[in-house]
Design a protein. Structure first.
Length: 417
């Protein structure tokens, strides 16, 4: 079809193709200078014929170039030969005014429209895809920023909780130390209070034992000799500890060591006074011990209470310490979450900028294509000549047919000079 367009004008008269100059038959020459000259002449002839044809059709070189450029777009997925055919057919296809086109030229224009519309659709799709990608990344970034705020709030709460836990632990430790100090004080009071009580108990027990053993044996004369002396020493120690009078203690050895049958009235009196004195002392001690029991019980109860308080304080301290350790763990987790959220937001920014750049480039490419290439195509698709312009165009084509001559060797030589 393109070959037909190249050799027949809108009035079906043969014309010289502006893109296919007649070949020049030349004898082979050595060197490249004359070959370059031929090419130069061909290019000049091609450009001139294109210019004249566009002028005849009332088409600007800018519009022509815009359509050719549109066909060179990489989104048109055709072979190189097919692309060259489409480009070569622009001049005798869409550049022909709509009121001078033949049916096959209209078919070409329709095919061209579909091809360029496909490019336009793909460019719009690129912009839509880029817009969606930017929106997606911005939405993700907004969500990440919300996560940063949430993690920051959680971190602040964790800091407050950790601080309070630290204060609670310090208070629990102080309470445990106070309970320990209280127990020590109560144990000291018990020890001091029980000392006299214990002495009284021991003294009473010693007197009772002496009356039952040593005093009885010596009084009844059951022990004699060395045994009697040994028994007396124990009894004498008890009598001294019990506060017996010195006069009694002085007379005591003689009277107590005599056999009962040899004792006189004085000796009998000494033995009786010792027994009476020890018995009274034992009774007094019993009363003292009895009177001291409630106070001793109170002191013991105070110690036991202090021990319970200390135990409770230790349990509370341990629980508080465990809770504090948990707050520290939670705080560390919040700090890590905050750091991760900040890092994700930071990493999202370059991705967003890259997507915006891609979108900007796609938008610029679409705008340029739509405002330049597509607009020029639509202008050419619908452009028409008035009757006088059409008549002038036909005359110009007829002149081209009449004056078209093949390139001569002389012309080639002139162009290459």
């Amino acid at each position: 079809g393109s070959l037909l367009w190249s050799h027949f004008g809108p009035n079906k008269r043969p014309v010289i193709s502006p893109r296919l100059p007649r070949p020049v038959t030349m004898a082979p020459k050595k060197g490249t200078k004359r070959t370059a000259a031929v090419a130069n002449v061909e290019e000049i002839s091609e450009a001139k014929k294109i210019k004249e044809t566009l002028k005849a059709y009332g088409v600007s070189k800018t519009s022509y170039d815009a359509v050719v450029e549109a066909l060179q777009h990489p989104l048109i997925d055709v072979s190189d030969s097919a692309r060259d055919m489409l480009i070569a057919s622009v001049l005798k296809g869409i550049c022909v005014p709509v009121n001078q086109r033949h049916e096959f030229q209209n078919s070409y224009v329709e095919m061209l429209a579909q091809t360029l519309q496909g490019v336009l659709s793909q460019l719009k799709m690129k912009v839509e895809t880029g817009t969606e990608e930017v929106s997606r990344i911005e939405a993700a970034k907004t969500e990440l920023q919300a996560q940063v705020l949430a993690s920051d709030e959680a971190l602040q709460k964790a800091l407050e909780t950790e601080s309070k836990g630290k204060e609670d632990l310090a208070e629990a430790t102080r309470a445990a130390l106070a309970a320990k100090s209280k127990l020590s004080e109560q144990e000291k009071l018990r020890s001091e209070g029980d000392a006299a009580h214990d002495v009284a108990n021991k003294e009473k027990a010693d007197i009772e034992a002496a009356l039952t053993e040593e005093f009885r044996l010596l009084r009844d004369g059951t022990a004699d000799g060395d045994e009697a002396k040994a028994q007396y020493k124990k009894l004498e120690q008890v009598a001294k500890s019990s506060g017996m009078e010195n006069s009694l203690l002085t007379a005591l050895p003689t009277s107590m060591l005599k056999p009962p049958s040899e004792r006189g009235s004085f000796d009998a009196m000494v033995v009786a006074q010792l027994q009476e004195g020890l018995t009274k002392r034992c009774t007094a001690l019993a009363e003292q011990i009895q009177q001291g029991e409630p106070a001793a019980a109170e002191r013991q109860a105070a110690v036991e209470g202090a021990m319970k308080e200390l135990e409770a304080a230790k349990v509370h301290e341990e629980k508080t310490a465990e809770m504090y350790r948990e707050t520290q763990t939670a705080l560390k987790a919040c700090q890590d979450a905050k750091k991760e959220a900040d890092q994700k937001v930071e990493e999202a920014e370059p991705t967003l900028q890259s997507a915006k750049k891609v979108l900007q480039e796609a938008s610029v490419e679409l705008e340029n294509y739509q405002n330049y290439n597509w607009t020029c195509f639509e202008d050419l698709k619908d452009h028409r000549l008035t009757e006088p312009e059409a008549a002038a165009s036909e005359a110009s084509e007829a002149k081209d047919v009449a004056t078209a001559e093949p390139l001569t060797e002389a012309a080639v030589a002139t162009a290459g000079a």
